[in-house]
Ligand binder design. Structure first.
Ligand code: GDP
Length: 321
């Protein structure tokens, strides 16, 4: 349908900006499908982006990410904020609403027009969160979301990727999920701007908090650096989420004042540009569509007829044509 509907892009962008959920959904589908219309869509959205606070929510399966996300949506909504939720499944090639369909808690918000909830598969196309998630974030941002929560679904090595996309990274822990050292192993201590010890109604929450606090204290933070707070919650009962929102706000204020917001966003845009450029290069040398010049060059290198540097030069030269 590509070309035929391209005349509708300005209208679609306009409707999405006005907050029409169907237009938002349609634009995110274009992102998932790697539609050729995206170029025009992104150009149309660009002037309206940059307002939403992107909050990444990460943590081991079972700590309460989806419960917390839903509770956070309620908290943000009662503060009058427009909220987007992207549930990203880095391990699934499937897309659509299936994942969220069985995430019953989110249905509390299903009828709220000020909440956009979307699950996305991110590995189906051309590489990870780097490409699809930032573009979906742009759509939600331009649609007027004040906050976009990005939650990872399923198991994956996605913590660090999420941190790269977010303005604020929230790391969830819970008692009874294995000892705190696990957290350190996962590299979680480096990425959190805000730590949440969920399931505070269970034994061991204070101990998790103490361990976390002493581990965080070991980090070498320069003068003026952000010191990540630790908040206890009972997400299942909506307790402590007001404090989480307050800390999110504080972090956003710090980001803005320190210049770090611009720094993070520039780094994010850099990764995004690189991902798009690399995708375009791969498409040109046919890596996506089967046998290619790259395959021929690789066969030559494997056979000892050429070396990888000469082959890489030949590949790059082929773009000059
Ligand atoms: P996720 O895998 O990280 O998204 O975790 P879920 O949100 O699906 O929660 C995993 C389980 O923990 C579910 O059975 C929740 O009902 C439960 N849970 C979530 N928050 C709390 C809490 O604050 N206290 C207790 N006791 N259970 C919770």
């Amino acid at each position: 349908m590509g070309r035929r509907s391209s005349g509708n892009v300005p209208e679609l962008v306009e409707r999405a900006r006005e907050g029409d959920p169907r237009a938002v959904a349609r634009l995110i589908s274009l992102v998932e499908d790697a539609s050729p219309l995206l170029r025009e869509v992104m150009a149309g959205l660009a002037p309206y982006t940059g307002n939403a606070q992107v909050v990444g929510i990460t943590g081991a399966p079972g700590v309460g990410k989806s419960t917390s996300t839903s509770a956070l949506v309620s908290e943000l909504r009662s503060a009058g904020k427009r909220v987007g939720v992207l549930a990203v499944d880095p391990s699934s090639p499937f897309s659509g609403g299936a994942l969220l369909g069985d995430r019953v808690r989110m249905q509390d918000h299903a009828l709220d027009r000020e909440v956009y909830i979307r699950s996305m598969a991110s590995r189906g196309h051309l590489g990870g969160l780097s490409w699809t998630t930032p573009q979906a974030l742009r759509v939600l941002d331009a649609a007027g979301c004040d906050v976009v929560l990005v939650e990872t679904v399923g198991v994956g090595q996605s913590e660090v990727e999420i941190a790269g996309l977010a303005d604020t990274t929230m790391v969830l822990l819970a008692p009874g999920m294995g000892d705190g050292i696990q957290a350190a192993k996962a590299g979680i201590l480096e990425i959190g701007d805000l730590y949440v010890v969920n399931k505070a109604d269970r034994d061991g929450a204070d101990q998790v908090r103490r361990e976390l606090r002493s581990m965080l204290a070991l980090a070498d933070r320069p003068e003026g650096a952000w010191r990540p707070p630790i908040v206890k919650t009972v997400a299942a009962k909506g307790e402590g989420l007001d404090e989480v929102v307050a800390e999110m706000d504080k972090h956003f204020a710090w980001l803005s004042e320190s210049g770090e917001l611009q720094g993070r966003r520039t780094r994010r845009a850099r990764d995004e540009i690189e991902a798009i450029a690399v995708t375009a290069l791969r498409e040109r040398w046919g890596d996506v569509h089967g046998r290619s010049e790259l395959d021929d060059l690789a066969a030559g290198v494997a056979a000892g007829e050429s070396d990888p540097y000469t082959a890489a030069d030949a590949l790059l030269e082929s773009f000059a044509d």
